[in-house]
Design a protein around this ligand. Structure first.
Ligand code: HEM
Length: 443
C-alpha cells in the first residue's frame, strides 16, 4: 500500500481508476460496434462474447468506482475527513485488483457468472469485502444521523442496499433458488434493478451536494422535493424490478407501479436540476462552468430517457422491445446520458478544473458527445424497431439474414456515431487526466 501514502485524498485514486475504466469501456464498445457491422470480426481471439462483457463490466465498474470515489470525496469535505483512510485504501485496492483480474479472465475466456456479472463468482468475494469496508467507513464517518441533509441519507441507503442486492444477485449459486426458473429469473432481475437503484442513490446524492455547492446554499439538500426524490428512490430500488419481468408470469399491477415509480423518480431529478439552474448566479456558474454544463447535459438526457421509458412502459410496445436494440438504447442512453454525465460533473469539481484552456477543450469534448449521442441512440432504436417488427410479424416469411441486411445501414450509423462519441469522451478524459497530473506536479 506504499503507493497510496501521499497527500492526495484517496478519493482521487478512485476517480482516476474510474476514468481509466471509462477509457476501456469506450475501446471495447467501439470494437463491439465494429463487430455489429462486420459480424465475425476477431472471432478467433476477441469474439463478441468476450467483447460484450469486457465493455459492460468496464462500464459498470466505471460507474461504481467513480460513484464511491465521489461519495468519499464529498464525505471528506462535509466531515473534514474520513473515519478511516486505511479502510478506503483497502477498498480501492480490493476493487482495483478484482476489476483487473475480471477483465483478464474475460480476455482468457474464463467466465462462470451471469449476464452483466459474467466473471467467475469467486471474484465477487473481493468486491463484497470492499463494499463492506465502504459501508463501515460511510456509517462511521457520518456518525450522527440527526438533521442530516438528503444526500447523506441517499449515500447511506445506496451503500446498505447495494450490499444486500449484490449478495442477492448470487442466490442462484444455491440450488434451492435456481431450481425454479421463474423464481430464479425474478430474483435475478429484481437484484439487477435494485442495484441500479442503489448506484443511482449514490449518484443523485452527489448531484444534490454539488448543486448546493455551486449555488452556495443548502436549499436543495433540505428541500421537500429532494426528500420526495429520496423516498421515491428508496421505493424504486425495492420495487422497480417489476418492469424487468414483463415476460414472466407475475401480477401486472407490480409492473405498472414499478414503471410509474421509476419514471416519477427521473421526472423529479430532472425537475430539480431544471429549477436549480435558474437559481445559480452568473459568477458562481462561471466558476463551476464545467460541472454546470455536465449537469445540464444530464438533465437533457433525463428527459430523453423518460420519453423512451414512457414508450417502453406501454405493455403493447414493451412486448416488442424485449431482446432488441431498443433495450440496449435504453440502457446505454441512461448509463451514458445520465450516469456518465453526472459523474463527469463530479470529476470536474473534485479535480478543481479552472484553467480556461482546459475548460474550453473539455467543453468541446462535451459538445461532440452531445451531437453524437442522440444519433447513436436513435440508430439503435430504429434497428430495434425493425428487428422487433420482424420477430413479431415477419419471421415466417422473411429470413433472418434478410432482416439483418435491412438493419445493417443503421449499424453503420451506430458505428460512426459511436466512434465520434468515443472521440468526444477521449477529449474529456485526456484533458481531465492531463490537468490533474499537471497540477499534481506543480504542487
Ligand atoms: C460512457 C460510455 C458507455 C457506457 C456507460 C456504455 C454502457 C453499456 C451498457 C450498460 C451496455 C449493456 C446494454 C444492455 O445489455 O442492455 C452496453 C452495450 C453495448 N455498448 Fe455501450 N456504453 C458506452 C459507450 C459505448 C460506445 C461508445 C459504443 C460504440 C462505439 C458502445 C457499444 C456497445 C455495444 C456494441 C454493446 C452491446 C450491445 C449488445 O449486446 O447487442 N458503447 N453499453
Amino acid at each position: 500500500m506504499e503507493l497510496l501514502k501521499d497527500k492526495k485524498p484517496i478519493s482521487h485514486l478512485f476517480v482516476i481508476t474510474g476514468l481509466l475504466l471509462l477509457f476501456s469501456t469506450l475501446i471495447f464498445g467501439t470494437i463491439g460496434a465494429f463487430q455489429y457491422v462486420f459480424p465475425g470480426l476477431y472471432r478467433e481471439s476477441f469474439s463478441f462474447e468476450k467483447i460484450r462483457p469486457l465493455h459492460v463490466s468496464s462500464a459498470v465498474f466505471w460507474i461504481l468506482i467513480t460513484a464511491c470515489g465521489s461519495v468519499l470525496h464529498y464525505l471528506i469535505k462535509k466531515r473534514n475527513g474520513l473515519w478511516s483512510n486505511k479502510l478506503a485504501q483497502w477498498q480501492w485496492f480490493l476493487f482495483t485488483i478484482a476489476v483487473v483480474v475480471i477483465l483478464i479472465t474475460y480476455v482468457l475466456g474464463i467466465f462462470g457468472g451471469r449476464e452483466y456479472w459474467e466473471f467467475h463468482p469467486y471474484l465477487a468475494i473481493p468486491i463484497i469485502i470492499a463494499w463492506i469496508l465502504f459501508l463501515i467507513n460511510v456509517i462511521k464517518t457520518i456518525k450522527d444521523f440527526r438533521k442530516q441533509p438528503v444526500y447523506i441519507w441517499m449515500w447511506l441507503t445506496g451503500t446498505v442496499f447495494f450490499l444486500f442486492t449484490y449478495l442477492e444477485s448470487y442466490l442462484w449459486l444455491i440450488p434451492y433458488f435456481r431450481s425454479n426458473i421463474v423464481h430464479d429469473m425474478t430474483i435475478q432481475w429484481k437484484s439487477y434493478g435494485s442495484m441500479v437503484g442503489c448506484w443511482n442513490m449514490l449518484i443523485y446524492g452527489c448531484s444534490i451536494y454539488l448543486m448546493d455547492k455551486i449555488s452556495g446554499s443548502e436549499k436543495y439538500s433540505y428541500s421537500g422535493i429532494s426528500f420526495a426524490l429520496y423516498f421515491l428512490g428508496l421505493f424504486n430500488l425495492m420495487f422497480n424490478w417489476g418492469h424487468h419481468i414483463y415476460t414472466l408470469p407475475a401480477p401486472k399491477y407490480i409492473q405498472y407501479v414499478s414503471y410509474g415509480v421509476s419514471m416519477t423518480e427521473l421526472l423529479l431529478l430532472g425537475r430539480i436540476i431544471y429549477y436549480w439552474k435558474s437559481s445559480v448566479n452568473t459568477a458562481r456558474k462561471l466558476y463551476h462552468i464545467l460541472s454546470y454544463r455536465f449537469l445540464l447535459a444530464a438533465d437533457l438526457w433525463i428527459f430523453l430517457t423518460l420519453l423512451l421509458a414512457i414508450a417502453m412502459s406501454i405493455p403493447a410496445i414493451n412486448i416488442y422491445t424485449h431482446g432488441t436494440h431498443i433495450t440496449v438504447a435504453h440502457t446505454m442512453g441512461a448509463t451514458i446520458g445520465i450516469n456518465t454525465f453526472l459523474l463527469l460533473a463530479f470529476v470536474c469539481n473534485i479535480f478543481k478544473i479552472h484553467k480556461p484552456k482546459t475548460e474550453k477543450r473539455i467543453t468541446a469534448g462535451l459538445y461532440i458527445t452531445l451531437v453524437a449521442l442522440p444519433i447513436f441512440w436513435i440508430s439503435l432504436i430504429i434497428a430495434g424497431v425493425l428487428k422487433s417488427n420482424w420477430q413479431m410479424h415477419l419471421s415466417n416469411e422473411v429470413p433472418f439474414s434478410a432482416m439483418m441486411q435491412s438493419i445493417h445501414p443503421f449499424f453503420v450509423v451506430f458505428l460512426i456515431s459511436g466512434i465520434i462519441l468515443t472521440i468526444g469522451f477521449f477529449v474529456i478524459i485526456g484533458n481531465l487526466l492531463a490537468a490533474y497530473f499537471m497540477k499534481t506536479q506543480e504542487n
